[in-house]
Design a protein around this ligand. Structure first.
Ligand code: MLT
Length: 228
């Protein structure tokens, strides 16, 4: 699916501190006023998830930053890791706050509703989204987490009782393993979130089934919100 060109002047990227893309919501067609915060996987960039975001929701605004960490000097990520699956927790905490600050500033600069932001993350992007839920929950109203694991366990669990979270995990994922996905879902539920964890018959790669399941979840979420 092609996505219309988005704005991300270097001016705005400088101002907001992240290279990024922004596509405003569909105006008149968009009753829900949601903005999807698109967070790519290791080695990705701000363009990667734009088609996915548009497939999930035809009308939502899309904001898509590029992770600032360069692993091996060239591989973008949202936070440092010491080895596969072993995270630099201090850096993760700092980057989570930094990204929350970016979303907050972007909502002012672009004029979207900062109370209607849903993170959509894949792998490394899902992990920082989960970290934001645990450390800066005020910045997200929900999240779609593809292939996520436990990023960190905070000293004090936040109150996530107003958050709706969709997780899609691969039964044969060697990176974000079944145990990790279950552990994260348990942690988020313990904090009060409503979590829908779905399993795909796949590994770490995203499949069309993931996208379809997330699309249905988002559709239901919007329908439910309309009734409130
Ligand atoms: C991470 O580093 O966030 C996870 O190991 C997933 C990935 O490989 O990006």
């Amino acid at each position: 699916m092609s996505v219309p060109t988005s704005s991300s002047s270097s001016n705005k990227s400088d101002q907001l501190g992240f290279t990024h893309r922004f596509i405003p919501s569909g105006g008149e067609n968009d009753k829900a006023g949601l903005t999807l915060l698109l967070l790519h996987g290791t080695g990705g960039n701000e363009d990667d998830l734009l088609p996915l975001g548009r497939e999930l929701d035809l009308n939502a605004g899309l904001i898509s930053p590029r992770g600032k960490i360069l692993e091996a000097g060239r591989i973008p990520r949202f936070f440092r890791r010491l080895a596969e699956g072993i995270f630099d927790i201090e850096d993760l905490k700092f980057r989570s706050q930094e990204l929350a600050g970016f979303v907050e500033k972007a909502s002012r600069v672009y004029g979207f509703d900062s109370h209607k932001v849903i993170a959509v993350g894949y792998s490394n992007g899902a992990n920082i989204a989960a970290s934001m839920l645990l450390l800066t929950p005020q910045i997200l109203s929900g999240a779609i987490l593809f292939r996520a694991m436990v990023p960190l366990v905070p000293d004090n669990l936040p109150d996530l009782s107003d958050k709706r979270i969709f997780m899609s995990s691969g039964l044969r994922d060697p990176i974000a393993t079944r145990q990790e996905a279950e552990r994260l879902s348990g942690l988020l539920k313990q904090a009060g979130a409503v979590v829908d964890l779905q399993w795909q018959d796949s590994g770490h790669q995203l499949t069309q089934d993931d996208i379809q399941a997330a699309k249905e979840w988002l559709h239901l979420l919007k329908k439910r919100k309309k009734k409130v």
